[in-house]
Design a protein around this ligand. Structure first.
Ligand code: PRP
Ligand code: URA
Length: 209
């Protein structure tokens, strides 16, 4: 599917299955989300540009590649998106962070914003928006709308599970934002939950409800 990368790495798939299991503890769920965050970060940054710089090894001078191009901003959608953040920051410690507080109204399934704090100069940065669940995509679309309002021009969206309905909506509203996901599930149920899914990611991460 154009603009959608399914990260089918065996470690990601194995860890995702452990997360789906309803008997997984809060601690285990959180730890796995963090680990998968790191693996997804590896994939979403795979094509970042490099430039050769001059360095000296203990034996000889050489030219060696280092990251070039736009600096990164990680933009987790609260709460569950925070579960990816530490793993991603472990790989890219210099990234800036934009926090986007949104919750899904359980009746209307629309996204309600309660917090937004982003670095300046979004226009000059590559923004990686992250949320484990892409269900209706109302939250992802609202987050990306808001980041665009604040000047962001280049964005990527990373999730753990996506519903076909959410992919269609996000690709329709923001075709310039490619998606990375560990799996595409079957459909949404009548309450907007991804099936078979893993339940409510925020609640499972924090042991609420
Ligand atoms: C969940 C999830 C996404 C959103 C996805 O958040 O973490 O942000 O739902 O659903 P959508 O694609 O239909 O918008 P929730 O609103 O439950 O908030 P929480 O992360 O604070 O629990
Ligand atoms: N949010 C979740 O946490 N899980 C779903 O299945 C859908 C939205």
């Amino acid at each position: 599917m154009e603009g959608v990368t399914v990260v089918d790495h065996p470690l990601v798939q194995h860890k995702l299955t452990l997360m789906r299991d309803k008997s997984r503890s809060t601690k285990g769920f959180r730890q796995l989300l963090n680990e998968i965050g790191m693996l997804l970060c590896y994939e979403v940054t795979r094509d970042l540009p490099l430039e050769d710089v001059d360095i000296e090894t203990p034996l000889t001078p050489m030219r060696a590649p280092m990251l070039a191009g736009k600096k990164l901003v990680f933009a987790p959608i609260l709460r569950a998106g925070v579960g990816f953040l530490d793993g991603m920051l472990d790989l890219v410690p210099s990234a800036r962070v934009a926090h986007i507080g949104l919750y899904r109204d359980p009746e209307t399934l629309t996204a309600v914003e309660y917090y937004f704090k982003a670095p300046t100069n979004l226009a000059e940065r590559l923004v990686i928006v992250m949320d484990p669940m892409l269900a209706t995509a109302n939250s992802a679309v609202a987050a990306i709308d808001r980041l665009k309002e604040r000047g962001a021009k280049e964005m990527r969206f990373v999730c753990l599970l996506a519903a076909p309905e959410g992919i269609e909506k996000l690709r329709g509203e923001h075709p310039d934002v490619p998606i990375w996901t560990a799996a595409i599930d079957e459909h949404l149920n009548d309450h907007g939950y991804i099936m078979p899914g893993l339940g409510d990611a925020g609640d499972r991460m924090y042991g609420t409800k």
